[in-house]
Design a protein around this ligand. Structure first.
Ligand code: F6R
Length: 252
């Protein structure tokens, strides 16, 4: 067990640049790399940068594979608010990732348990995840693993916490956020060979402190990442403001 590497940068754009640099480096060295990807507000700038770097010929996603971390239950792939629609808009339509190489749990599946088991199987068949990119919820969730989720959990269906639903209202045009989601498990995330967690904005400062300085326990799912040997936390200055031990990286 090693403490996560902590990079504190000036702002959200700098955080996105640090993570885009890592993705670029990984895919250059390993064109068929397998990435796990988040949705939400945090990675928006990262996806802009990845699209820019693809257009500039700096990153070629042709052989890469992606697995999204989660999807809402009962929301079809094309429905507004689905994470599939989010990914199409913000990344997939802008880079050359092959459709067959980008996986998102199917929240409209009739047999959700079979969908979860099948998703785990697809990750295994792909050779596991090389790099998992994560955001963090204000209650400490990663993916949609809400507080109380066992660290040995695999891909499963969750009841999404009330505060998480409120935080996601912006992405549903009618404001009606589903109550359940499919998420990869904490064990699934911990099996990734490398993990980068992005945190931006003052609203994440308390949870970042809990994650890095509080007890390692299911009440803060993100604390599980401290059990992983290869984790980098990329935080902007506002989100890092509450950390006791801060090592400022040069602003980029
Ligand atoms: C979404 C996901 C979530 C988000 C988290 C933070 O795919 O995995 O864990 O990363 O809810 O969301 P934002 O970035 O909107 O603050």
């Amino acid at each position: 067990m090693a403490d996560p590497a902590l990079s504190i940068v000036e702002d959200a754009s700098s955080a996105a640049r640090v993570v885009a640099d890592r993705v670029e480096e990984l895919i250059r060295g390993r064109p068929n790399a397998v990435l796990a990807l988040p949705t939400g507000r945090t990675p928006l700038r990262l996806y802009d940068l990845l699209a820019e770097r693809y257009r500039a010929g700096r990153i070629d996603f042709r052989s890469a594979r992606t697995f999204n971390l989660d999807e809402w239950v009962g929301v079809g792939r094309r429905a507004p608010g689905s994470y599939a629609a989010f990914m199409d808009e913000h990344l997939f339509s802008r880079v050359n990732l092959r459709p067959e190489n980008r996986a998102i749990p199917d929240g409209a599946a009739t047999d959700l348990n079979a969908e979860c088991a099948g998703y785990e199987e697809r990750i295994r068949e792909a050779g596991g995840i090389d790099l998992a990119i994560l955001g963090i919820g204000r209650n400490g969730h990663i993916g949609f693993n809400e507080p109380g989720t066992p660290f040995d959990s695999r891909t499963h269906v969750v009841d999404v916490a009330v505060e998480t639903r409120a935080a996601n209202q912006w992405s549903f045009p009618d404001g009606r956020v589903p109550t359940r989601a499919i998420t990869v498990g904490i064990a699934t995330i911990l099996e990734a060979r490398e993990i980068v967690l992005m945190a931006t904005g003052a609203a994440k400062s308390a949870v970042l402190r809990r994650m890095l300085e509080g007890p390692i326990e299911p009440s803060c799912p993100a604390s599980a990442l401290r059990l992983h040997p290869h984790v980098q936390v990329v935080a902007d200055a506002p989100s890092a403001a509450d950390l006791r031990s801060r090592t400022e990286a040069p602003g980029r």
